[in-house]
Every structure is written in structure tokens, then in C-alpha cells.
Write a protein that binds this ligand. Structure first.
Ligand SMILES: C[S@@+](CC[C@H](N)C(=O)[O-])C[C@H]1O[C@@H](n2cnc3c(N)ncnc32)[C@H](O)[C@@H]1O
Length: 219
């Protein structure tokens, strides 16, 4: 008799994601389900080094971007898409659902990469989770770059803005979702759509945030 095959081996981060979240629909995005934490700050105390688990809920910027990509699927249909600083992968999942040909979601946090894999599986979406920092290199060749809520931190903003501009200059459609974070380059991008997205009281201060989907100009 053949021995039972070994159980499918998941990275410890993926087991952590599944054990500490609930798979729930996302407010404003009934099309998608995400592994979400009831209390992200409490969950952060269980994780060494990485702090607040940014991947354990969808940020306002990512929510608006995902809503836009679901509402205007022609933006991504049949195209290659990179979701950079993807968190839960919410924008990547929306792109996959809207018919993108190939979707990559990139993160520096291995827990986020694990959450993206778990969320892709939960939604039956084909999304490649890449755990890497691409911001100091030329943007990889792709048709569309999505960046949800990436202007909350000065150091990240300084690095990601030139990356996004390079991608746009190379011919990619570059879309940013942002609820007015402090380091958003004011007056530099073109507003495409605005959404009042529901957010949880933690970490935001109110129940809704007016959030804009911006296009980064080609030059
Ligand atoms: C505020 S969260 C936004 C997540 C997601 N885009 C959303 O809107 O829900 C920002 C994310 O950027 C990721 N991040 C920070 N620096 C990064 C880098 N150099 N490359 C890739 N991801 C990065 C963080 O780990 C975090 O998950």
C-alpha cells in the first residue's frame, strides 16, 4: 500500500494569515472576499518586525482603485498588470476579475505576499504574489501599474513616485488610489474618478473617505 502523500506545505506566513483572519466580503466590493483581521492593531502584536499588518484589510486607496477597475474593466482587460505595494492584493484581485491577462502583486512584506496568495485562492483569481522590492529598478514591462494608498509615508513616497513616473513614461497606464494622504504629490496627477469609500474607524478617523483614482501622466 502506498503511504499517504504529505500534506500540502504552506509557508508559515500563509498559515498565520488563515489562522488570524476571517474570509469576508469587502465593503464597497461585494465581488471580492479577503482574509481580514477583526482587529488589525491587536493582530500586529503577534507579528515580529513588520508591525501593523497592512495586508489584513483593504485601505481606502486600494478600495477605490479596485472599485474603479471593476467598474471600468476595459482598463485592464487582456492586459498585463502589476499591483505594486499590494497589501492584501485587493487591486490585483479586481484586475484579475476584470479579465486582465496576467496579474502580479508585489510586496516587501512576506505576510502580505502570503495574504495575496490566500486571497487569490479564495477568489479563484490568477494572481502571482511576488515578495520583492522593485522600487530601485526600472519598472518591469507591463501594460498597467496599480498603486493603492502608497503616499502615507515620506520614505516610500520618495521612492515610489519616480518608479510610477518611469512606468508611465515607458507607456504603462499608471493608476493611483489615494484618499488625500500627506505625501501625495499635489497637482502632479490627473483625477479620473472619486469615490466615498467606507473605511473602518481603525486606522481611519471617520466612516468614509473621499478617495480619488489618479492617473500618473506619461511625462
Ligand atoms: C498602506 S498599504 C496599501 C496596501 C494596498 N495597496 C491597499 O490599498 O490596500 C501599503 C503597502 O505597501 C507595502 N510596501 C511598502 N514599501 C514597499 C516596497 N518598497 N515594495 C513593495 N511594497 C511595499 C507595505 O508592506 C504595505 O502593505
Amino acid at each position: 500500500m502506498q503511504p499517504d502523500p504529505p500534506p500540502l506545505c504552506k509557508a508559515p506566513e500563509e498559515a498565520f494569515v488563515r489562522d488570524h483572519t476571517r474570509l469576508r466580503t469587502v465593503p464597497y466590493l461585494p465581488e471580492l472576499r479577503l482574509h481580514q483581521a477583526d482587529d488589525p492593531y491587536g493582530l500586529g502584536e503577534h507579528i515580529e518586525d513588520t508591525g501593523l499588518p497592512y495586508w489584513s484589510f483593504a485601505w481606502a486607496g486600494g478600495l477605490a482603485l479596485a472599485r474603479h477597475v471593476l467598474d471600468v474593466p476595459e482598463l485592464v482587460r487582456g492586459r498585463t498588470v502589476l499591483d505594486v505595494a499590494a497589501g492584501s492584493g485587493v487591486a490585483a484581485l479586481a484586475a484579475a476579475r476584470s479579465g486582465a491577462r496576467e496579474v502580479t502583486a508585489c510586496e516587501i512584506d512576506p505576510y502580505a505576499a502570503a495574504a495575496i496568495r490566500a486571497n487569490a485562492e479564495a477568489n479563484g483569481a490568477r494572481v502571482t504574489a511576488l515578495c520583492a522590492d522593485l522600487l530601485d529598478s526600472r519598472p518591469p514591462a507591463c501594460d498597467v501599474v496599480l498603486a493603492g494608498d502608497v503616499f502615507y509615508d515620506k520614505a516610500l513616497s520618495r521612492r515610489i513616485e519616480p518608479f510610477l513616473r518611469d512606468a508611465a513614461a515607458s507607456g504603462a497606464l499608471v493608476l493611483v488610489g489615494d484618499p488625500g494622504r500627506r505625501y501625495l504629490p499635489r497637482g502632479a496627477f490627473t483625477a479620473l474618478a472619486r469615490y466615498d469609500v467606507p473605511v473602518s474607524r481603525t486606522p481611519e478617523a471617520s466612516r468614509h473617505r473621499r478617495t480619488t483614482v489618479w492617473q500618473v501622466p506619461a511625462r
